[in-house]
Design a protein around this ligand. Structure first.
Ligand code: SF4
Length: 431
């Protein structure tokens, strides 16, 4: 039987996406288990986590498949080079190589541009004939009907928090924020699976809790309402990513909570209207943030807010303003990211045109490093402020106050808070 080896590369720096000393990683990433499920049954498939397992370049396999986030590219290309040096063909896929296929083809035999579903079987059949094409690309986005169910059993379950499954119900985003690669890759048309198919996948989970990896699970309120309503009898516990508007829809908010939605990741991004208008992220409005948080919490949903630092309207006072807002808002947990112009986004094109990108070492594109010239502060001010804000928010007393805010949802809230505190404490303590 022919063998496909799928590899998830490693990150060399940054604070996100690493495996902890106890061997735990963050969330289950679905891309490789999905590719495994799309592979014809006459092939055997192995998934290798390069974060924890050394790569054996002499492994006897007919094809190697690699997917990577931008920051994982140095590791991904090194792995690809290692296999190709031994004449083992390599195919790569994912956001980054889809927008930079020429770069990837210097390391791989083939690149899958965009969604793999329509083309993966051709990749496999061409690999059997040793006739791989350089590029595989479907001319259309898929309908999301009868989607392959990711082969999660190929993952090392011990690496992931107990009881943690992920799944995807929708793709695409109707919004078009300039820094976001989602709409560039999955399109602006919001596509969704049949509710019955999503529910069927959840029913087969071996755990009670799970996470919707969708970029915005509530973007289509009618679909989200149907999904949540059907989910209620399953008595599950879940979290997902959403925009703030769901918090102003009484019915959706109630269904989110009743169906077991315990927490929501919300991209607040900025307190500055000028920043939000420039993105443009017009669905966000800072004067609604506190109300959205309070309404969600009242419904029983914890809020994890994400903020970006380094936007053009961010001056050196942005860190203190944001930390102050977070404290007063009562938000349950917070993430900060340095603005990162990922290739394939409008932000990247614009900054590149302006000559503001100072480093194209993709290994630094992990949102906790600075690779462009900020507009309203110095690079040093931005990095110092980022570390300061993270450490300030995750001081032990604040971490405890947020975790113990209420006994309701205490487990996920405490776990998020102490997880982020651990990262914050690894950051430089600058005076
Ligand atoms: S940042 Fe969020 S709202 Fe904006 S385009 Fe990306 S997924 Fe959509």
């Amino acid at each position: 039987m022919k063998k496909l080896l799928l590899i998830l590369p490693r990150l060399e720096s940054g604070y996100w996406g690493h495996v902890s000393k106890s061997g735990k990683a963050g969330m289950v990433r679905l891309s490789l288990p999905t590719i495994a499920a799309l592979t014809p049954p006459d092939w055997s498939v192995e998934i290798l986590e390069a974060r924890t397992t050394a790569v054996d370049f002499d492994a006897r396999v007919e094809l190697v498949g690699i997917t990577a986030f931008t920051a994982e590219l140095p590791s991904a290309y090194a792995i690809a080079d290692g296999f190709r040096a031994r004449k083992t063909p390599v195919v790569m896929g994912g956001f980054h190589v889809s927008v930079m296929p020429e770069e990837a083809l210097a390391h791989a035999d083939s690149v899958v541009i965009g969604e793999a579903e329509p083309v993966w079987e051709s990749v496999i059949r061409d690999a059997e004939k040793q006739a791989l094409k350089p590029v595989y690309q479907a001319g259309h986005l898929i309908e999301m009907k009868q989607m392959a169910v990711p082969r999660r059993e190929l993952l090392n379950k011990n690496m992931y928090a107990t009881g943690f499954n992920t799944l995807q119900a929708t793709r695409g985003c109707p919004y078009n924020c300039e820094y976001c690669a989602i709409s560039a890759f999955f399109g602006r048309k919001y596509r969704h699976r049949l509710v019955s198919e999503v529910i069927g996948e959840i029913e087969n989970f071996d755990t009670k809790s799970f996470f919707f990896v969708d970029d915005n699970i509530t973007a289509n309120k009618r679909y989200a309402g149907d999904l949540f309503r059907t989910l209620i009898p399953l008595n599950r516990v879940w979290g997902g990513q959403s925009d703030i508007n769901f918090a102003f829809d009484d019915q959706l908010l109630s269904l989110y909570a009743k169906s077991g939605g315990k927490y929501a990741f919300i991209g607040f991004e900025s307190l500055s209207e000028a920043n939000l208008n420039r993105m443009p992220k017009s669905l966000n409005s800072p004067d609604k943030y506190k109300t959205a948080i309070k309404r969600s919490q009242k419904a029983g949903i914890s809020v994890l807010g994400s903020f970006i630092f380094g936007l053009d309207d961010d001056d050196p006072g942005v860190f203190e303003r944001t930390v102050d807002f977070i404290r007063k808002s009562g938000m349950d947990a917070t993430q900060f990211h340095i603005l990162t112009p990922f290739p394939g986004t409008r932000l990247y094109d614009e900054m590149d045109r302006q000559g503001r990108i100072v480093d194209k070492d993709w290994g630094r594109y992990h949102t906790s490093d600075l690779i462009f010239s900020p507009f309203s502060m110095t690079p040093e001010e931005l990095m110092r402020g980022y570390y300061w804000a993270f450490r300030k928010i995750y001081k032990l007393n604040r971490t405890l106050v947020r975790s113990l805010r209420s006994m309701h949802n205490i487990a996920p809230r405490a776990s998020l808070n102490f997880g982020y505190r651990k990262k914050a404490m690894q950051m430089p303590a600058l005076s």
